[in-house]
Design a protein around this ligand. Sequence first.
Ligand code: HEM
Length: 130
Amino acid sequence: MTIPGQETFYEQVGGRATFEKLVRAFYEGVRQDPGLWYMYPQHDLEGAVQRLTGFLEQYWGGPTTYSETRGHPRLRMRHAAFKVNPDARDRWLKHMRAALDTMEMSPMHEATLWDYLDRAAHSLVNTFEP
Ligand code: HEM
């Protein structure tokens, strides 16, 4: 949400550089987790970095490049191709938590971002098959 004359969350946390740093740290963890990494495009890690960074910067009030290039996010639909069971969700969240811990964000921004990521990850579970 943008209040006229006030900075967006995106700007408050430092813009694209902050989101890209977070996502790169996240994928460093994912890459070392065979239980999660197998789902990801093995030869297009950079593409995955750009897609998740672009989505997050747009969500938090930054440029809308993500939707201009990828269309409407439709996250549940885009994840339908992957087996997102509670184990995958917990791995995803573990790497995101570790990535967030490498950032120097104010406690309020960090809590706001984490709350969103945690809820989003829970909403994307699409199977309970092991
Ligand atoms: C719950 C566990 C999750 C799993 C196992 C998972 C898995 C994946 C995989 C395998 C991809 C394909 C990588 C690529 O080619 O870009 C992907 C893409 C993506 N994920 Fe997730 N994801 C999870 C949670 C989330 C959450 C919580 C968000 C958002 C807050 C998210 C946002 C995205 C976005 C934006 C893309 C790129 C979509 C596109 O434009 O094609 N994911 N995810």
